[in-house]
Write a new protein. Structure first.
Length: 159
């Protein structure tokens, strides 16, 4: 099941959440490049207890019981990112898993059952992602250091 491939160049359901919501100073943009890839680019700052930048995509609830993996094509900057899943966008926590990028296009495949619950950087004492439904995904960088970043995304799908 394709979640997005950016072919329609519509980013209206995607939005940036930076640490400025907590007083931080990180900054990011999300845009389409000339190669029809979405680009998440910015700078993470540790000033004022900051340290993260995220781009989120919410959508209508999707039944994903028949899928066991999330697969996406990205080109990064040799930095570590989080992919975050939400089964209910009204919940405060997300289910997260880290992935490492390279400077080349790569297809990353993550098992849904390995996404664990987290809230504000802390692992929660709850069950891992149960994989019944999905209402939101996000990409986050927050490696506890000040750094510039750039992540290109071609598509995201379930398998």
């Amino acid at each position: 099941m394709l979640l997005t491939d950016f072919s329609n160049k519509d980013l209206s359901n995607w939005y940036i959440v930076n640490d400025v919501v907590m007083g931080g100073r990180s900054d990011a943009i999300f845009y389409m490049n000339d190669d029809s890839a979405a680009v998440f680019k910015g700078s993470v700052s540790l000033e004022n207890n900051g340290g993260f930048s995220m781009v989120k995509y919410n959508f209508e609830n999707r039944d994903i019981k028949d899928y066991s993996k999330i697969v996406f094509k990205v080109k990064g900057d040799n930095k570590r990112y989080q992919l975050r899943l939400q089964s209910d966008i009204n919940q405060m926590h997300s289910f997260i898993q880290y992935f490492q990028t390279t400077n080349d296009w790569q297809i990353i495949e993550l098992d849904l059952e390995d996404f664990y619950p987290s809230f504000r950087g802390r692992k929660l004492n709850l069950e891992n992602f149960e994989g019944n439904n999905l209402e939101g995904i996000a990409l986050l960088i927050g490696n506890k250091k000040a750094e510039d970043f750039e992540l290109m995304i071609k598509w995201i799908a379930l398998k």
